[in-house]
Design a protein. Structure first.
Length: 262
């Protein structure tokens, strides 16, 4: 059920530092210890196709820290223009580029320098000129209106305190009528309590920023998108004890979701 209560606030400046610090480590040290799974094993478990994974830079896969699979929902066609929000080390962007072909185009946006540096280095191995990674915040996209056919994102929007602004930007850059957003993200069955929402460490770990599912869908639809499909990613699970506790207590879970631009 959606809640109308005033939402507690996280310290956004502290959160941004923690998110950048965590995902800098993910880029530089993908085999370190994290509270979430990463890499090719996770990707295959979530449903990524072996053939796609075999045809993109392996180093983009080792830093993959997504939460679900959405390419079956996205229906990317040859020639499509695709935007990847919070593209990390680039795994989903490279797969999207396989699907658009050279007549299409993929842009990845991320705010963490080390993720961008890694993704940009890997573009050279990929041997294609239809993919670019740019620095930016997904709350304020540096692209024109109606630029993209598809917006994708994996495990990112839960990290953003201002989700309404993110979805307003997605609606703005998608082509009206045909544009679609296919994402995987973390949501919760009930509104999380203040002590979790105000804990920026739990936000950076993809728990604290999980919005209640109906609230999340309303934020998507407000700027002119229609939620078409939502499926739970049962194969995604958190590793740490505290994260697993939040999952059990508040129904924190991964979903893949398709919305169409009206
Ligand atoms: C959980 S990782 C996922 C990365 C990638 N999508 C993947 O599946 O591996 C989250 C990424 O989102 C980026 N990010 C988080 N909040 C952001 C924001 N507001 N604007 C731009 N990037 C953001 C982080 O820098 C990080 O690279």
């Amino acid at each position: 059920m959606e809640t109308t209560a005033l939402q507690p606030q996280v310290d956004t400046a502290d959160l941004e530092l923690r998110v950048k610090s965590m995902y800098r480590d993910v880029a530089i040290n993908p085999h370190g210890e994290y509270h979430f799974e990463m890499g090719r094993g996770l990707a295959e478990k979530l449903g990524y196709e072996k053939n796609d994974l075999d045809n993109i830079p392996p180093a983009s896969i080792e830093s993959f820290a997504g939460v679900g699979y959405f390419f079956d929902l996205a229906g990317i066609n040859k020639g499509d223009r695709v935007l990847d929000l919070g593209s990390g080390s680039g795994m989903d962007s490279f797969i999207a580029a396989l699907k658009t072909g050279r007549t299409g185009y993929v842009a990845g946006v991320d705010m963490t320098d080390e993720q961008l540096d890694k993704a940009n280095r890997l573009v050279e191995d990929f041997n294609s000129d239809n993919i670019t990674f740019v620095k930016g915040k997904i709350e304020q996209l540096d692209f024109g209106d109606a630029t993209f056919d598809v917006v994708i994102s994996n495990g990112v929007i839960n990290l953003c305190p201002d989700k309404e602004n993110v979805f307003a930007e997605v609606a703005r850059v998608l082509k009206p009528g045909s544009g679609r957003m296919a994402i995987a993200d973390i949501v919760s069955e009930v509104q999380l309590p203040e002590n979790i929402v105000c804990n920026s460490t739990l936000w950076a770990s993809c728990i604290g920023g999980a919005a209640q599912e109906d609230t999340y869908k309303n934020k998507i639809e407000k700027p002119g998108m229609k939620v078409i499909d939502v499926k739970r990613n049962t194969s995604y699970g958190f590793i740490s004890k505290s994260a697993r506790g939040a999952t059990e207590k508040y129904g924190v879970k991964s979903v893949s979701l398709l919305a169409r631009r009206i």
